[in-house]
Every structure is written in structure tokens, then in C-alpha cells.
Design a protein around this ligand. Structure first.
Ligand SMILES: Cc1cc2nc3c(=O)[nH]c(=O)nc-3n(C[C@H](O)[C@H](O)[C@H](O)COP(=O)(O)OP(=O)(O)OC[C@H]3O[C@@H](n4cnc5c(N)ncnc54)[C@H](O)[C@@H]3O)c2cc1C
Ligand code: FES
Length: 333
């Protein structure tokens, strides 16, 4: 299968997207389940079957123009395809065994999970992995919370308890130290983009993980760009990351600010910081219409922040988002 000169070998039973990512081809993707439309390509020649119809994740115009979804595509013959964006090389998706090495509370409902791997996984700060635990749940996605370390094979995740959630319910119910975990990845294309523009990060809850990872893994050039981080949380007990962002602020060459904004802090509490929604403060960010914006966390917050940024004059090509979809939102989609 050729596209911009690239050939992707697809084994029987694998989707086009799985094969591309396993071979280190950075095929655009996001949800991997056929709803977001990010992995669309135009089928120029060849025959496919589909896990679910591509029509589910594409507009009628796109579908009729011959677009299909790589995450749903099982090739039946050689294919020739065209993508709207240039393909880049990326770290291949691998599956590595490991064990839970620590499980420390960051807040009452977010733990930092450290997994010691049998061998290191290579990834770009901002990407995520799938965690698989025998008999607990299907794979669940978690963003790497710390940048990769050449000399050790530990990876860190910030996992928030989701009421009624299978994986997080299991994790929070007891100590899981020593538990075998399979880590599959890296996935996703979230991460710091090149340029000199000011950086605006907006995170909700454990959405802080990829932002922290991305900034901690930033190059010396990127550290000359001013950074504003708005962290949306409900109450004071939901705030975390203060030490990590203080360390980042000290190590950053340009200005870096980290501002928690509380949406449900009782009016009578001693909290003197900002209150309301992160979106209330977007207009106050200096040079917002020239910034690059990075949004992470619950989909409703990310959607609201994206709308507010567009309203503030940012163009869509300067907004990068990582939505932490779970089963309830996937079912609704
Ligand atoms: C790219 C990506 C990155 C992510 N990164 C992180 C991260 O760094 N940190 C983090 O905390 N989370 C992250 N998430 C979310 C994470 O993957 C899980 O979805 C989340 O932890 C919930 O998993 P769970 O097994 O506990 O819940 P699930 O069992 O998946 O259930 C989630 C909710 O859906 C409900 N539900 C279950 N099945 C159905 C159904 N059929 N219909 C309707 N409702 C249903 C449950 O009652 C529950 O309320 C990320 C998600 C994505 C897509
Ligand atoms: S990755 Fe979302 S539709 Fe394929």
C-alpha cells in the first residue's frame, strides 16, 4: 500500500491503522474506534472490509468522496490511498510487560501509578498508552505523565477514579503493588508543536498529566516560549501538581505561570485564588490570538475551551486537544 511513497504491510486480521502504527508510520488517529474521523483516508484503489461502517465517523460528503477510516479498515487486496496530511515517522507501537511499582495519591481521587517495564518504551511527551490487566477490563488509555528516561524503564500515569468505572474502580479498591500490567503504545499525536508562539495550556483533572509531561520534556528552545497553564478543578482538594509546576517554572527560561481555577469551591472557604470556569479566564491571557493552545481532560471542558479560544481569535490550526473519552462518552457518541 503506497501513500506519499510509504508502503504499509498489513497482516490478515489487522486494521490499516494498527499496521501503520506498529510500523512506526504516524497515521493520524485519535479515538481508534471509528467515531472521531481523524484517521480518514481516500481509497483510490483496492477492496476493503470494515469492522464498522466508515459512514459512522465521516460526513456524508466525505463518505461519498471515497473517504474511509483506517481504524475500521481490513484490506482485502493491495490498496492505494491518499491522505489529506503528510505522514511522519513515529515510534512504533509495542507491547511491553511490567508491574505496578507504586500507587501514590495525588488527590482524593487521582493516583500516580508507576509501572516498571521489562524494557523501555519510546514515546513523545504528550502521547498515551493502553494499559491491560488480565481479567479486569479491556485496554484503557492513559497519558504518560513523565517524559521518557533513557536510563530507566519506569512509566508514570495519573489515573482519576471514575464512579462506576471498571478499571479505575479496581485500581482504587486496594493496593495493586506487584500486579502484572501490559503497556501498549505509544498512541496519539498530542505534544508540543514547533514554533515561537506563546504556549497556553488548559487542563482539567488528570488532564494535567500530558501537559506536565510535554512541558517537562520540552527542548531548550521551547523553554524560551512564555507559558500560561490554566488548571480547572472543582475544589481545593482537587488541586495537585503545584510542586511539579514550581520546578518547571524555575527551570523555564521565559515566564511560566500555573493557575488553578476552582469551579465548586464553597463561597465561605479560605481560598483566595481564582474561581469559576477555565473558559472565564481565556480572554485575560496576553496575546491569546497569537498563541498555540493545548487542551486536555474531560471532553466537555475541552470542547468549551476550544469554543472560547476560537471566539478569542485563535485559528483551529493553533489548537491541539486531547480528549479523555471514557465508555460513557463513547457509548453516547
Ligand atoms: C486518549 C486518552 C487518554 C486518556 N488519558 C487519561 C489519563 O491520563 N488519566 C485518566 O484518568 N484518564 C485518562 N483517559 C480516560 C481513561 O482511558 C478511562 O476511560 C477512564 O479511566 C475510565 O476507565 P474505567 O475502566 O474506570 O471506566 P469504564 O468502565 O470505562 O466506565 C466509564 C464510565 O462509563 C460508564 N459506562 C460503562 N459502560 C457504559 C456503556 N456501555 N454505556 C454508558 N455508560 C457506560 C461507567 O459507569 C462509568 O461511569 C484517557 C482517555 C483517552 C481516550
Ligand atoms: S481514529 Fe477515530 S475514527 Fe479512526
Amino acid at each position: 500500500m503506497a501513500g506519499q511513497g510509504m508502503v504499509i504491510e498489513v497482516a490478515r486480521g489487522k486494521t490499516l491503522l494498527e499496521a501503520a502504527l506498529a510500523q512506526g508510520v504516524g497515521f493520524p488517529h485519535d479515538c481508534k474506534v471509528g467515531t472521531c474521523g481523524t484517521c480518514r483516508y481516500r481509497l483510490d484503489d483496492g477492496k476493503i472490509s470494515e469492522l464498522t461502517s466508515s459512514a459512522m465517523g465521516l460526513s456524508q460528503e466525505q463518505f461519498q468522496a471515497g473517504y474511509r477510516l483506517a481504524c475500521q479498515t481490513l484490506p482485502r487486496t493491495d490498496l492505494t490511498i491518499t491522505l489529506d496530511t503528510a505522514l511522519e515517522r513515529t515510534h512504533p507501537v509495542v507491547e511491553v510487560g511490567g508491574r505496578v511499582a507504586s500507587q501514590a495519591h495525588l488527590t482524593h481521587d487521582i493516583v500516580e501509578l508507576r509501572v516498571d517495564l521489562d524494557e523501555p518504551i519510546r514515546f513523545q511527551p504528550g502521547q498515551y498508552a493502553e494499559l491491560l490487566i488480565d481479567g479486569v477490563a479491556a485496554a484503557r488509555s492513559y497519558s504518560f505523565a513523565n517524559p521518557p528516561h533513557a536510563s530507566n524503564a519506569s512509566v508514570y500515569f495519573h489515573v482519576r477514579l471514575v464512579p462506576g468505572g471498571q478499571f479505575t474502580g479496581w485500581l482504587f479498591a486496594a493496593s495493586r503493588l506487584g500486579q502484572a500490567v501490559t503497556v501498549r503504545g505509544p498512541y496519539g499525536q498530542f505534544g508540543l508543536k514547533p514554533g515561537a508562539a506563546p504556549i497556553v495550556c488548559i487542563a482539567g483533572g488528570s488532564g494535567l498529566a500530558p501537559i506536565k509531561c510535554m512541558l517537562e520534556g520540552a527542548s531548550p528552545e521551547a523553554r524560551r516560549r512564555p507559558v500560561v497553564v490554566l488548571f480547572g478543578a472543582r475544589t481545593e482538594r482537587d488541586i495537585y501538581g503545584l510542586d511539579a509546576f514550581e520546578a518547571l517554572r524555575n527551570a523555564w527560561e521565559a515566564d511560566l505561570t500555573f493557575t488553578p481555577i476552582l469551579s465548586a469551591e464553597p463561597a465561605e472557604s479560605s481560598w483566595t485564588g481564582r474561581r469559576g470556569l477555565v473558559t472565564d479566564y481565556i480572554q485575560t491571557i496576553p496575546d491569546i490570538d497569537h498563541a498555540q493552545a493545548y487542551l486536555c481532560g474531560p471532553p466537555p471542558m475541552v470542547d468549551a475551551a476550544e469554543s472560547a479560544l476560537l471566539k478569542a481569535g485563535l485559528t483551529p490550526d493553533r489548537i491541539f486537544a486531547d480528549r479523555f473519552f471514557d465508555k460513557s462518552q463513547a457509548a453516547a457518541a
